[in-house]
Design a binder for this molecule. Sequence first.
Ligand SMILES: [Zn+2]
Length: 241
Amino acid sequence: MKPEKWLMNTLMNTESVIRRILSVFFPDRCPYCKTIITPPDTECSECRKNLYSYHHSVLLPCGVICTAAFYYDINNSARRALLDMKFRGAKFNARSLGKALANAVSAQFSDVSADVITCTPMSRDRLKARGFNQAELLARELSNELDIPFDNLLGRKNGARIQHDLSYEERLNNKDLRFYIPDQHKVEGKSIILVDDIVTSGMTMSGCCTLLNSAGAESVNCACVLTAGSYNKTIEIKHSE
Ligand SMILES: [Zn+2]
């Protein structure tokens, strides 16, 4: 076993032991139904059965298909779990949501292969205010599940207006979206999986996808945990095997 792999395994085992001890005093709860669960479980068996049973895909404004684990109107408990993670700091939920994301990506592509997994970026100001980028948490979980390295390939300048404060028309014409690529060499010739937490208008994902392609990526596949695609008339729901 390679030293770095050994170190990673040791750290994960140590984390698992610590989580077991802490769980006596602060038990983990299923992100979806809130029942108490025991490590290393990341959700209860009932929710696991229901939540990993299908995925779907949506068409982004840039013309690329985005794979999604959950749909806003159908998977209400998944929506709550994601919003708890994003706005109430329930980072633990990223584990289960990341697994669902990996399930959706694996079901969409018969042979999942990519050089790198990345995520939609957050500006430094926003990152400072929230403390974490939820898209990165989910992308890192996907990276662990698929054994494909994660890297932050995109940046977002401070001062860009926040997407969910804008109307759909404003989003289409949003001149404040200023994504950039800090190191183009990391993108050139690479097959990339781009991850976001929620895709609504698809403008953020499209902007990042287009930028990666124009910077010389070999391919960009898009994946998100949740879509709220009333804009999207071509939603396709597929039942996983
Ligand atoms: Zn549950």
